[in-house]
Design a binder for this molecule. Structure first.
Ligand code: ADP
Length: 465
């Protein structure tokens, strides 16, 4: 499995690098060739200028010395000329158009030019790297020749240097430089793609901690892509670990009532015949089954809210009426504790909401406030508008929540003191469900300890959802 994935990764790496490289290289070579063909049309001929009398004098003088001589070696003539004048002598044999010139890089251009042009008049031709002065007719061994003098110009211009190189070397240079540039370009494009492909593969294989670290600091589009990828991986990891934690918590939480149920069943069996004892244990069984049912229902609700976000039915809801009803219902339970629930409403608000869902979230918070409120105290429910949002605050005078735990209040199964809340029958899922429900209404819910004591829960809802 790993072997196959390694091979496919290698194939991808090689494939993408090669494809990009070939594409870049082809584009460069073709554009160079096209531009060469186009510039060939406008290619400038070497500049012709008037021959300097000095050069002409040398040419005439040397020609007179050599003229009509026999058994003269051309190579030697050239050597002697160079020794004397530090310039090169170019000889052209007229009848076969053959040019004798020193082997120097780039001088093939001079050869081509002289082959094509008779140049009988006295001119100087500037080839960029050498100036050639023409020409003096001469007879050697009874054959007709033409003498030219070439004076090298040492202009250190890169173009001139390249011009002097033979065509094969120039083509090789073009191929090697373009090869290198294209390879580097292809690498710089393919590297991020390969890293993203590898990271996606790793995530697919379950390595959720995988992040792209090589080029996420880059300020270009690849950097953006890497950062988005990392953000996605982060979200995925946190979602999956939250689900794993939830699954672990659910199994753990289900075990406690099941154990108590088992125990109660065993006790009931043991007390067969003792009707009173048996009834007590059967009542316990019933209670634990109820708790199990309640917990499973809450887990299902939470899961439904997390996953089926589109199942809400939004309609126009009068918020004041809704909160009023919840407060009245809560008051019924609060009275038994001599707790008073006070509802302060400023304006009348109608919002678009899933009435049942919103009601369950608000009533959970109100019921908690009543549950954790000391006897003969007040629970204040206030509905007002602030910074273009609707704010519903629920406060009590209870013991509040330890500051270090306040952030965990909305996590599933979180309870401040296990024993106390277990005996009060809570599952620790109520606030988690409320948070999901409020967020489905594009709102938020926060908890804060009040300076005067007790917990303050604030639900914020947009004015028009
Ligand atoms: P439960 O079903 O246990 O009440 P919740 O999610 O509604 O679950 O609450 C989670 C925990 O938050 C509670 O167990 C309790 O410890 C704490 N809590 C919630 N509301 C209050 C409050 N008004 N005062 C103090 N503690 C609270």
């Amino acid at each position: 499995m790993t072997n196959t994935s390694n091979t496919s990764h290698k194939r991808f790496t090689l494939g993408i690098s090669l494809k990009l490289f070939i594409a870049f290289w082809l584009v460069i070579i073709t554009s160079v060739l096209i531009s060469y063909l186009i510039t060939m049309q406008f290619k400038q001929l070497p500049l012709q200028e008037q021959a300097t009398p000095q050069q002409l004098k040398i040419l005439v003088k040397f020609s007179e010395k050599v003229n009509d001589k026999e058994k003269v070696k051309l190579k030697e003539l050239q050597r002697n000329f160079y020794r004397k004048y530090q310039q090169d002598l170019i000889i052209k044999r007229i009848n076969n158009n053959r040019i004798y010139l020193p082997r120097k890089p780039g001088w093939f251009e001079i050869r081509n030019y002289l082959e094509k042009n008779p140049l009988n008049n006295p001119v100087t031709i500037d080839f960029g790297f050498a100036k050639v002065t023409s020409s003096q007719p001469i007879m050697i061994d009874g054959k007709q020749y033409q003498f030219f003098i070439a004076k090298e110009i040492h202009r250190k211009h890169i173009i001139n240097l390249i011009k002097q190189l033979p065509v094969a070397i120039r083509i090789l240079l073009l191929f090697s430089i373009s090869f290198l540039c294209c390879w580097l370009l292809a690498k710089s494009f393919s590297k991020p793609l390969i890293a993203i492909q590898k990271a996606s593969k790793d995530i697919g294989e379950g390595k959720l901690t995988t992040r792209i670290t090589e080029f996420d600091q880059r300020s270009d589009e690849f950097g953006d892509l890497a950062r988005s990828f990392n953000q996605m991986a982060e979200q995925l990891e946190s979602n999956i670990s939250a689900h794993q934690r939830l699954l672990g918590d659910v199994s753990h939480e289900l075990r406690s009532p099941l154990t108590r149920l088992q125990l109660a069943v065993a006790m009931a069996e043991k007390n067969i015949g003792n009707t009173e004892e048996q009834q007590k244990h059967l009542n316990r069984c019933e209670l634990e089954v109820e708790r199990l049912d309640e917990m499973i229902a809450d887990v299902l609700t939470l899961s439904r809210l997390e996953h089926n976000k589109n199942t809400c039915v939004f309609e126009e809801v009068n918020l004041n009426k809704l909160v009023n009803k919840i407060v009245n219902d809560g008051q019924y339970f609060a009275t038994s504790k001599q707790v008073e629930v006070i509802f302060i409403e400023k304006l009348n608000y109608t919002i678009s909401a899933d009435e049942k869902l919103l009601a369950s979230a608000i009533s959970n918070v109100v019921n908690n406030a009543i549950k954790y409120s000391p006897v003969e105290q007040q629970v204040i429910v206030e509905l007002k508008e602030q910074s273009n949002t609707i704010m519903l605050s629920i406060s009590d005078n209870g013991s509040g929540v330890p500051e270090s735990m306040i952030d965990k209040l909305f996590q599933p199964f979180f309870r401040v003191a296990d024993a106390r809340d277990r005996s009060s029958g809570g599952t620790g899922l109520g606030l988690a469900i409320a948070q999901q429900a409020i967020s489905l209404h594009h709102g938020s819910i926060v908890a804060k300890n009040q300076s005067s004591g007790g917990l303050l829960i604030t639900i914020t809802l947009p004015l028009s959802t």
